[in-house]
Design a binder for this molecule. Structure first.
Ligand SMILES: Nc1ncnc2c1ncn2[C@@H]1O[C@H](COP(=O)(O)OP(=O)(O)OP(=O)(O)O)[C@@H](O)[C@H]1O
Ligand SMILES: [Mg+2]
Length: 474
């Protein structure tokens, strides 16, 4: 047996037979405990999670079938094998109905029993492996659409895994185009609320008066133009998630009303006095510094704390350049699926139509420029650049530097020294240089997937020197 030893409970009233079986199973690596009746078996099962029970069907007192049933009820994953005497196949079938895995008939060779056990264990292993794989797949699907593998994004995924299933209010901050809405949707998808609605409301896109009606709904005649009763986004998001984008732009009056929703989960439609209760999870997003707005007195402190229960910060793209190649592939695939980035069949030297869509590739030089650029518009800007490059490279299988917007064509890995300015009150040179060194070593290791030899080569160092540096950095 390759597995760690299995714990097996053997229940048989004929002592010599029981001992013989126990000895042989022990020889094959099983941990065997023996009892001679149903009652003591139940006692043992109450205390210990055996992997397997092998039980005679005809027992004094409680019979084997009942033991099987009790065992399976308590431990759905236990493997129960029943041993039957002559002419009791009917009983064996009954035991299987009650949860036994298989049966062997007396008299049997030990190999027969071993074979049944092996195959049961193997099937059980496959079953749990499948369950595991399925769980893994579901896990991956949960944050589908959020691309990133680097350190910053891995940390983000970890956080999302923990907070998505909860009801906690989340505040997502990040520069424009960093994926705040994508992440908000992913959180909704990763929560038990995914079968209900995800309602998004951009607080900066709508004039103040309309925003209130949009959020809370209104009754007929509440204001000029309010011709009928209308549900607001809050009501529509009942049992689901409400995404409040650009929450920093909300007026003081609306901030108070939102605070009440967060505290009481209740509100009234505009022009109505009837109080409505809702069950919503709120995710807010902003690209302004709400903390600073609180300090400046333009955002309510109490609301800030209510929103900022779980802060999720999205890194700007220039701080996760290692994800750029992945994102580029992601967008190339997306545009290929949408039809704009697929390569015409005759260019690929294959005929026919309706075959698999193949996406374009990007020359390494173009990829270097993409990675050197500072991306003030973050992922959104990258997405646009890829879309444009796909169009510009029409008819070619590869995107090249010339297909990129000119500011990106000109991007070059900035010489670090020129990017550094001396702060007003000076700096600690050694600590500063040390910081840059640590950062570059880390990046080199990240780029090479932790391969120290290759990382050393990237930094033009001997491997031993790199190892020394790593030791000192610890
Ligand atoms: N991690 C990511 N993986 C895949 N696509 C992403 C990712 N982040 C952003 N995008 C894409 O970039 C675009 C911008 O994303 P999103 O709208 O979520 O950004 P945002 O932070 O809400 O921007 P803004 O502050 O301007 O509203 C979208 O098309 C989105 O699909
Ligand atoms: Mg947005």
């Amino acid at each position: 047996m390759t597995d760690a030893a299995k714990h097996l409970l053997l229940i048989e009233d004929e002592a010599p037979l029981r001992q013989a079986i126990a000895e042989q199973l022990t020889d094959r690596g099983y941990h065997v405990e023996q009892v001679d009746a149903g009652e003591p078996a139940l006692t043992k099962l109450a205390d210990f999670a055996f992997d397997i029970i092998v039980t005679d069907l005809r027992l004094p007192g409680i019979d084997g079938s009942a033991v099987v049933e009790a065992a399976v009820e308590r431990y759905p994953d236990i493997i129960a094998i029943v041993v039957t005497g002559y002419g009791t196949v009917k009983d064996a079938v009954e035991a299987i109905k009650r949860g036994a895995w298989d049966f062997v008939s007396k008299p049997f060779q030990i190999d027969e029993l071993l074979h049944v056990l092996d195959s049961a264990l193997e099937q059980r292993r496959l079953k749990s492996e499948n369950a595991y794989l399925r769980a893994q797949l579901e896990q991956r699907d949960r944050f589908e659409g959020v691309v990133g593998k680097g350190r910053a994004m891995s940390r983000l995924f970890q956080l999302l895994e923990t907070v998505a299933p909860t009801n906690s209010t989340i505040l997502i901050t990040g520069e424009t185009g960093t994926g705040k809405e994508v992440v908000a949707r992913a959180i909704h998808q990763g929560s038990p609320r995914r079968h209900h609605r995800f309602m998004a409301l951009n607080c900066s896109a709508i004039p103040e008066t309309l925003l209130e009606a949009e959020l809370f709904g209104h009754v007929r005649g509440a204001f000029t133009g309010a011709v009928g009763n209308r549900q607001g986004r809050l009501e529509q998001a009942h049992k689901g998630t409400l995404f409040l984008d650009e929450v920093g732009t909300m007026s003081a009056a609306l901030q108070v009303k939102l605070l009440r929703v967060l505290q009481e989960r209740e509100f009234e439609r505009v022009g109505d006095s009837h109080t409505i209760k809702v069950d919503v999870r709120v995710i807010a997003a902003t690209n302004s510094d709400l903390g600073r707005m609180v300090a400046d007195g333009v955002f309510r402190e109490d609301l800030f704390y209510r929103l900022n229960v779980i802060p999720v910060q999205l890194p700007p793209l220039r701080e996760r350049k290692e994800d750029i190649p992945l994102l580029v592939q992601h967008f190339l695939e997306k545009f290929a699926r949408e039809g704009s980035g697929s390569i015409p069949a005759h260019k690929r030297g294959v005929g026919g139509s309706g075959e698999r869509v193949e996406r374009k590739s990007v020359s390494q030089e173009a990829m270097r420029r993409l990675m050197a650029y500072h991306w003030p518009g973050n992922v959104r800007q990258l997405e646009n650049a890829v879309e444009r490059a796909v169009a510009f490279s029409a008819g070619r299988a590869q995107i090249d530097v010339g297909d990129l917007p000119s500011e990106i064509q000109q991007a070059q890995e900035p010489a670090l020294a020129s990017a550094v300015t001396l702060p007003e009150n000076g700096l600690d040179l050694d600590a500063f240089i040390g910081g840059i060194e640590r950062d570059l070593v880390q990046r080199a290791l990240e780029r090479t997937g932790g391969n120290k030899g290759q990382a050393a080569k990237l930094l033009n160092l001997k491997r031993t020197t790199l190892v020394e540096k790593l030791k000192r950095q610890r």
